[in-house]
Every structure is written in C-alpha cells, then in structure tokens.
Design a protein around this ligand. Structure first.
Ligand SMILES: [Zn+2]
Length: 255
C-alpha cells in the first residue's frame, strides 16, 4: 500500500528549543539570540541552546543565514537534524558559551514556507479528487514537485486541479498548528492517506497542521508554514510527468 511520506513531525530527540515549532507566528522569526552549547571545529558545526534554523527534512531544504558575536561572524551553509540541530558554518567558529545573534536568510525561508504550505493544499486536492496519495515531494524556492500514487491523469485534467487549488488559496483561510494525540490523527485521516503505524509507539502527540480548522487539510507535520493562504499568490502546474506505473510527478510554481 502506498504510504504518504510523513514529514518529520517529531523533534523530541533534540536537545535545544526549536523556535519555529511553537506556532505559526514563530515560523516568521527571522532573527534570534542563542548560546553556543557545542562546537566541532574539525567538522565545522555548532549546536545552540535554541534555534529557528530549519534542518533539511520532509522535502523542505535547510535554512541558511548568518551568526555574529563580538564583532565576528560566520555563515550558516547547512543545517542537519541528528541528535541535535547541527549548524554547519564557514568563517570563524565561536567558543562554547558565546552568546550569538542569528539571522535567517529570509527570502529563501519564506519561499520554502509558501511552497510547503501550497504542497499541503495540492496534496489534499489530489486526495479528494482522485484518492491519490502523496508518496514523495521536494520543495525548492522557485519550483517544487509532488509524486502521487496511484494516479492516472492527462494534461486535460490539469486546468481543473489548478482551478480548485487557486480557489482554496484565494479563500485566504488561516493555517494553525496544534498538538494532537495519535488517536485523534488516526480517527481524522483515512489510513490509506496517512498510515501512522510506522511511527514508534513512544510518539503519543503529533504536531499537526490544520488549514481552515482542518476542513481543507489536517496533517501531522513539522515543517514551516505561512499563516494565511492569500500569501501564496497563484499556483501554476508547470509539468506532469510519469514516474512509473500509476505514479505521476506534478511540478508547480507560485507566482
Ligand atoms: Zn507541513
């Protein structure tokens, strides 16, 4: 059975405070202060006591940005989630205990937030229209794609899909983040769309994204999202391509 790729909805194994996890307004944090908790000079990474840098995951690329302290600075070039959030930096490396000012490259992050929120809508529309499950996705700042299965559509179907997605976008519905129990998610989403059985039994609560209070989409997700759908603009489906038996890749952009 095809299983939707579950965006990583648990940061519980990490040791730092993840600022963008709290709610939708926290996804808009561009600048924050933090204290360096660990440094690996050979590998070129640091860990912080709190961060809002998004680590690559769930089809969403990592954030980039700057950190500065005492008149010095470094560039964050990659962010990875391991047993903590690893910020890979170039330039000088601060000592453990240093208070640093962090700044996220906002144009890149905001583009990812919009693309990722649009992905929720397109995935929901494709499920409702065709019972097509999202089995893969990759977000970029300029274009993104989603793989659906099982799905058989032709070019003649694209206009109707675009129209439905853009109607939803222009509704200006609000996006919320709430913690919900595993049972609530299980009872709210068809198991063919999202199968929670792969999640460890220790995960009892899931960060859940609700668009229009769940009427448009309800999905466990730890990505970053915009708060109002009207921020997305207009979605164009650029391409559809067969990726195997009943598997179709849909590429889209936001204008
Ligand atoms: Zn999401």
């Amino acid at each position: 059975m095809p299983i939707m790729i579950l965006p990583d909805s648990s940061f519980t194994c990490t040791m730092e405070e993840i600022l963008f996890m709290a709610d939708i307004p926290s996804c808009y944090i561009k600048d924050f202060d933090a204290v360096v908790k660990m440094v690996d000079r050979d590998e070129g990474y640091i860990l912080l006591d709190r961060t809002s840098f998004y680590p690559v995951g769930g089809g969403q690329p990592n954030d980039t940005g700057k950190i500065s302290w005492d008149g010095r600075n470094a560039t964050v070039i990659d962010v990875r989630k391991k047993n903590g959030i690893y910020h890979y930096i170039t330039g000088e490396i601060p000592d453990v205990g240093t208070k640093v000012a962090c700044s996220i490259d906002w144009d890149r992050r905001y583009a990812h937030m919009k693309m990722h929120t649009a992905q929720h809508i397109l995935s929901a529309v494709m499920w409702n229209r065709y019972r097509a499950v999202t089995v893969g996705n990759q977000i970029h700042a300029d274009y993104s794609h989603i793989d659906f299965h099982p799905l058989e559509i032709g070019q003649e179907d694209i206009g109707g899909i675009e129209e439905e997605v853009n109607e939803i976008i222009s509704s200006g519905s609000k996006v919320k983040v709430e913690d919900h129990s595993r049972e609530f998610i299980h009872n709210s989403i068809e198991v063919e769309r999202i199968d929670l059985s792969r999640l460890p039994s220790s995960v009892k609560e899931l960060r859940t994204v609700l668009i229009d209070d769940g009427k448009i989409d309800l999905c466990p997700c730890a990505g970053t999202h915009v708060g109002d759908l009207s921020e997305l603009g207009h979605l164009n489906i650029v391409k559809r391509k067969s990726k195997g038996a009943k598997r179709i890749r849909v590429q889209y952009e936001l204008k």
